[in-house]
Design a protein around this ligand. Structure first.
Ligand code: GLU
Length: 424
């Protein structure tokens, strides 16, 4: 029997509309003309594919896969691939648009894209995930390409899936093409520093913002929501630099220790426990909502969209939000964050370290040359710091939030490029 995995309807704001409401404010500040406005808001390409896979038990299941290219004005499209049960086309559209703005904020020559498959990778064997990844690659073989659209990891995927994608794409073209995907294992042309890159960018952004707010990192406290690649590495790097992490969380719940969580130990526990913090001992178990409401200097939402909502935003007691995830603050909660005097370093700036080092990986693949860790980190830290300053100054100039400042910087860059290319 074959059936399509249903995408559950989400009882939250439509993430694409959430993105658009910020876009609209920035477009107004920029006085964007209606033609450019319409071009920039509309995704260039949206593809939905059916992926029939023989499961280990011999049954065939048909999964649904997506790839949205939001824009290729600045260059080839770039963005991750997400494997999760609630992936749907609206979410992928929003995530693709955020990639466009993210690449523009850090000034790297890419447009934005995102992909996904509605599936539960935790309940699938490695063989099933491999067949699914290879089927997805073949279904999108004409979309992907080092000069067209370059995928990368996102939630539910890692270097393992990128290796399969690179291999399948290369086989179809009869030659090894490393630059078609980033976030690959080091031996397959991955870049040093890519795995830690998003978390490192979160740390750099957090430090830049703490400086503005005159928060001493050695006295600062922090809570991190989400303990995957981005959350755990952000926590580790902040912790190593003197910030006390009072709470962390994952799907199993949240964990609080007023003396600070030992992050190295929590990561080691998670790694030995099927990538889950379930049963982590050296902390008190609290709920995810309690974690978000902790009285801390810095809150790092690093899981997924819409965790800070109109319902819970009033409970926040932090001074600074640094968005490790994409879209963790729903648009309807923005105004309250601002009213409460909380500075929010937006996703398209705070988590752009990942795509920045993806760009370095792609550059190295095309050069046929490998950079050292020092060069990767120095260059990405500088890009992030410069982007932060530009966004901060733009926000000051227009008397607005860092989020709208970041959209203004990004939209202005894409709009100007479009005009020079002779869009119309
Ligand atoms: N998935 C990551 C993001 O949302 C990385 C994308 C990439 O490196 O292309 O930024």
């Amino acid at each position: 029997m074959a059936y399509i995995e249903p995408a559950p309807i989400k009882d939250i704001e439509n993430p694409f509309e959430s993105m658009m409401s910020r876009f609209d404010v920035a477009a107004q500040i920029l006085g964007l003309d209606p033609a450019t406005y319409n071009v920039l808001k509309t995704p260039t390409k949206q593809v939905i594919v059916a992926l029939p896979i023989t499961m280990d038990n011999g049954q065939v299941r048909v999964f649904e896969g997506y790839r949205v290219i939001h824009s290729n004005i600045l260059g080839p499209a770039k963005g991750g691939i997400r494997y999760a049960m609630d992936v749907n086309i609206d979410e992928v559209k929003a995530l693709a648009a955020w990639m466009t703005w993210k690449c523009a904020v850090v000034d790297i020559p890419y447009g934005g894209a995102k992909g996904g498959i509605t599936c539960d990778p935790r309940s699938m064997s490695a063989g099933e995930i491999e067949r699914l990844t290879r089927a997805y690659t073949m279904a999108l073989i004409d979309v992907f390409g080092p000069d067209k659209d370059i995928p990368a990891p996102d939630m539910g995927t890692s270097q393992r899936e990128m290796a399969w994608l690179m291999d399948e794409f290369s086989k179809a073209h009869g030659t090894t093409i490393t630059a078609v995907v980033t976030g690959k294992p080091l031996v397959l042309g991955g870049s040093v520093g890519r795995v830690e890159a998003t978390g490192r960018g979160v740390m750099v952004s957090a430090f830049a913002a703490m400086e503005k707010l005159k928060i001493n990192p050695f006295k600062a406290t922090c809570a991190v929501q989400g303990f995957g690649n981005v959350g755990s590495i952000s926590a580790k790097l902040l912790h190593e630099r003197g910030v006390k992490i009072l709470g962390v969380s994952d799907v199993s719940g949240a964990y609080f220790n007023e003396n600070g969580i030992n992050i190295e130990e929590a990561i080691a526990y998670r790694d030995s426990n099927n990538m889950s913090l379930e049963g982590y001992q050296n902390a008190q178990k609290i709920t995810n909502e309690e974690l978000l409401a902790l009285e801390v200097d810095v809150l790092v939402p690093a899981a997924k969209e819409d965790v800070i909502t109109p319902e819970n935003v009033h409970n926040l007691r932090c001074k600074l939000i640094v968005e490790g995830a994409n879209g963790p603050t729903s648009a309807k909660a923005d105004a309250v964050v601002q009213e409460k005097g909380i500075m929010a370093v937006p996703d398209i700036l705070a988590n752009s370290g990942g795509v920045t080092v993806s760009y370095f990986e792609w550059v190295q693949n095309r050069l046929g040359y490998k950079w050292g860790l020092d060069r990767v980190q120095r260059r990405s830290d500088r890009i992030l710091k410069e982007a932060f300053d530009k966004v901060y100054n733009t926000a000051q100039k227009h008397d607005t939030t860092l989020r709208i400042g970041a959209y203004v910087v990004a939209i202005d860059k894409v709009a100007q490029t479009y005009k020079f290319r002779g869009g119309f």
